[in-house]
Design a protein around this ligand. Structure first.
Ligand code: GAL
Length: 381
């Protein structure tokens, strides 16, 4: 076939375009666009990662300009290159349905249940038209990591049940002597919101899941008007709550929780409560999942050169997940979202190295790094 010069230039452009789209990545580049294997910015916000049989599955909020239309899934073998597996849970058009289009689906996380062979997704659900008032936790289930996930139910957990570390008697004794504190934080501390919600069930907003070495799984979420985190044990099939739960950092306004474990200790990464705007990250450590949790302050170090923000604004990000690095005990990829509330699908990601040093969580700014960064680490543990 005869090709003139223009056609040859076009062909070269097409071929180079094709190769630039499929060219593989071998590092994490924070804050900039995060292309999937088709070259599209990854649309999985408030995400978590499931590792299963040598493959990684990333689940997150699939956003439009505004709230999520459902949950997206991406697959990878190396954590750098992600293939879009499509939507695994989508809002529906049925009026009155819990996940009716217009509802808010946030921070989905998926875990695998070895006993049932099912993939279980939990997420924060807000019912259509009610802003953030419903504050429910919701569950969906699938036979495959790439879905589709079948929606099961949503609810406010632990109705009628007092937490293990804060039974009704303690609440009564404590609230009697500190009545009328007049301060939101003290009210959270005293358990005013906890007591208010004993009957209808506790609020459940920003959330994560954690599976312990013994297979027990936990749903950890911001409760009590976002004043206090609750760590709640899931049933053996991971589809419900057992009623065993504990309050963590009462009255300290933590959200965006993420949990990791190293040498028998549990590490919490979280944020303060300032909506889409960034604030300073927090951390805490505990000898058991039930506590006692000791507050350890801001674990972040370094400055993001793009926006000149450092630890006091978490580089512009908010935590979403601590992904254990396979074969590198005590090392994590700490995942954060940089929210862009006016065009949410354009929200960016910070995936940064995190590790445990001297029984504390440390998260370090790195603009462009790969997992061998951990090989050069000098840790005292
Ligand atoms: C943040 C929260 C996000 C989202 C947002 C809405 O504090 O972490 O997941 O709920 O508020 O304003």
């Amino acid at each position: 076939m005869y090709m003139n010069n223009k056609m040859i230039v076009c062909a070269v452009l097409l071929v180079s375009c094709f190769f630039s789209v499929v060219s593989a990545s071998d590092s994490f580049v924070s804050y900039e666009l995060f292309p999937d294997t088709a070259g599209e910015h990854i649309n999985a916000h408030g995400a978590g990662v499931l590792e299963r049989e040598g493959e990684y599955y990333l689940y997150g909020e699939c956003k439009g300009r505004g709230n999520a239309r459902g949950v997206s899934c991406y697959k990878s073998t190396d954590l750098y290159n992600w293939e879009n597996m499509g939507m695994v849970l989508t809002t529906v058009d049925t009026p009155g349905d819990d996940i009716e289009r217009g509802c808010i689906i946030e921070r989905p996380k998926v875990i695998y249940n070895a006993k049932t062979g099912k993939y279980v997704m939990w997420f924060h659900l807000e019912l259509r038209g009610r802003g953030y008032a419903a504050a429910r936790t919701a569950v969906a289930v699938s036979n495959s990591p790439v879905g589709p996930f079948e929606y099961v139910k949503s609810f406010r957990p632990n109705s009628g049940i007092w937490p293990m570390n804060y039974p009704e008697e303690i609440y009564k004794a404590y609230s009697d002597c500190v009545k009328n504190s007049g301060s939101w934080m003290s009210d959270g501390d005293i358990g005013v919101f906890l007591a208010r919600d004993i009957k209808p069930g506790q609020m459940a907003r920003d959330m994560t899941l954690f599976v312990d070495d013994n297979g027990k799984a936990y749903n950890i979420h911001a409760s009590e008007e976002n004043q206090t985190l609750h760590i709640c044990e899931l049933t053996d099939d991971y589809l419900g709550f057992t009623g065993r739960y504990t309050r963590v950092l009462a009255g300290m306004s933590n959200e965006a929780p993420a949990i990791g474990k190293y040498k028998g200790r549990y590490y919490l990464l979280s944020s303060g409560c300032t909506g889409w705007a960034p604030n300073a990250a927090r951390s805490a450590v505990a000898p058991t999942i039930w506590g006692p949790w000791r507050y350890e302050g801001n674990p972040c170090d370094g400055v993001n050169p793009h926006n000149k923000l450092g630890p006091d604004k978490t580089w512009g990000g908010q935590s979403t997940y601590l992904l254990p690095v396979s074969g590198k005990s005590g090392c994590f990829v700490a995942m954060f979202d940089v929210w862009r509330p006016r065009d949410q699908k354009d929200s960016r990601y910070l995936w940064l190295p995190a590790y445990i040093n001297e029984n504390k969580l440390v998260v370090v700014w790195q603009g462009d790094w790969s997992l061998d960064w951990f090989d050069r680490l000098d840790r005292k543990n």
